[in-house]
Design a protein around this ligand. Structure first.
Ligand SMILES: Cc1cc2nc3c(=O)[nH]c(=O)nc-3n(C[C@H](O)[C@H](O)[C@H](O)COP(=O)(O)OP(=O)(O)OC[C@H]3O[C@@H](n4cnc5c(N)ncnc54)[C@H](O)[C@@H]3O)c2cc1C
Length: 400
């Protein structure tokens, strides 16, 4: 295997695969690495927002995604713990498609553009070296050393700061004690998902993405390919009874906490083998696009899942980062120019959605929400739409 590249992209999710495809298409030798093997089921609502579709179209991927037979979604229905649904329009047409299909399609696209895809290799260290980096990849008991001029972190929200060792602590400032104290105040959540089918298709959510709120979390349902629906939930860890150790058990228990959800899930049948779970799920407060190396996608900071916009932020950050990385690799920009331009662009485009996403999530989960919001949304529907818009990337900024 070749071990020297222009670019290494660490993590082959939506963000990493699209980044690798763009770099390879520009003629840079690129490797895309992931510790997992694909295709695989991943915790996600599998809702591709109108903004995500716009990004995919800008990357020339509309046909490839359409060939995955996605389900068309045109409205949102919110079900709070009590009261009737709140119906809101989407700011455009969305689609539902499984990550099992989508991630594999984006990886195939990166490979077709010329990137090497290395699966099943865990990155264990990123070490600055002369004019680039050495990356350690553990695969099958062996550690391979790969070098590259640039390395991009697309490793999701798992927090891989330890890969930089002491170097990272110096740059972050604050050290381990400060990091632990911040996390100690965060709600510890578990993300779960599975595909379901309904015996009669008329019983499924149709063209709506349905969001249900209940004490201890929330859950989303929307159609995907092949007449299936994806059901994904974010649950407070301490609220999950110890007896519920399977994804199906956790979803059923969650359904019992919202009457409308219980009715919705009554006849739903789980599609075996599509379950996935992840913990802890941490939500970002401020975007962190550069820690030693550029970060893209959830590695920058995760937006609350209820916004359904994480993938569009992953695609957008990859698009920006690839354009700036090209300038650096071509010798037009210094590393510092790239860092400053990328940090500025991400801060201006992502800070609002991250901040508002957290605020809207907090508001919808508040016990008083089910008393006040349905009436408010009817009285001031435009205000409700403004809240939805504030949690999303601005369409106008996507063309920059
Ligand atoms: C419950 C839930 C529901 C959601 N619903 C939606 C939704 O409906 N719509 C939406 O747009 N977004 C949604 N999101 C957010 C969305 O899933 C993420 O924003 C998106 O997956 C981010 O993509 P990514 O490429 O940045 O990271 P990921 O998809 O997480 O990919 C990161 C990759 O890096 C790999 N990796 C990590 N560490 C290493 C390592 N050391 N070495 C090698 N590889 C490594 C991992 O294996 C993984 O494949 C949801 C999230 C949750 C938790």
């Amino acid at each position: 295997m070749r071990t020297d590249y222009d670019a290494l992209v660490l993590g082959a999710g939506v963000a990493g695969s699209s980044m690798a495809a763009m770099l390879a298409a520009q003629g840079w030798s690129t490797a895309l690495m992931d510790r997992q093997r694909f295709p695989k089921h991943k915790v996600c609502g599998e809702f591709l927002s109108p903004e995500s579709r716009l990004m995919l179209s800008a990357m020339g991927l509309t046909e490839k995604v359409e060939s995955l037979e996605p389900h068309v979604i045109s409205r949102i229905s919110l079900f709070l713990a009590r009261g009737g649904p709140i119906e809101l329009p989407l700011p455009g047409t969305a689609i539902g498609v499984s990550r099992h299909r989508l991630d594999a399609a984006l990886q195939r696209h990166a490979a077709a553009e010329g990137a090497l895809l290395l699966q099943g290799g865990t990155v264990t260290a990123v070490i600055p070296y002369e004019h680039g980096y050495i990356v350690h990849v553990r695969q099958g008991g062996e550690v391979i050393e790969v070098t590259a001029r640039i390395v991009v972190a697309a490793w999701g929200a798992g927090g891989q700061g330890r890969l930089f060792g002491r170097y990272d602590n110096q740059v972050e400032g604050g050290g381990r004690r400060k990091q632990r104290s911040v996390l100690a105040h965060e709600r510890s959540s578990v993300g779960v998902k599975s595909h379901f089918v309904w015996p009669r298709s008329t019983d499924s959510p149709g063209d709506a993405v349905e969001l249900y709120f209940f004490p201890g979390g929330y859950l989303g349902i929307n159609g995907i390919e092949c007449g299936r629906c994806n059901v994904a939930a974010l649950l407070d860890r301490e609220d999950i009874p110890r007896s519920h150790t399977t994804v199906e058990g956790m979803l059923k228990e969650a359904a019992s906490r919202n009457a409308a959800l219980q009715r919705r899930m009554r006849d739903a049948q789980l599609v075996q083998g599509t379950e996935a779970a992840v913990a802890p799920v941490r939500i970002g407060k401020h975007p962190a696009p550069w820690r030693n190396i550029p970060h893209i996608g959830d590695a920058i900071g995760r937006i609350p899942p209820l916004c359904g916009d994480g993938m569009s932020m992953g695609l957008r950050s990859a698009q920006l980062c690839a354009a700036y990385a090209h300038r650096y690799l071509a010798g037009e920009w210094t590393y510092e120019q790239w860092r400053m331009a990328y940090t500025r662009a991400i801060s201006s485009q992502f800070s609002g959605p991250l901040r508002w996403g957290k605020a809207v999530e907090g508001m919808l989960r508040h016990p008083a929400a089910s008393r006040l919001l349905p009436g408010l949304a009817k009285l001031a529907p435009r205000l409700a739409c403004k809240f939805v818009e504030a949690t999303r990337l601005r369409i106008s900024s996507l063309s920059e």
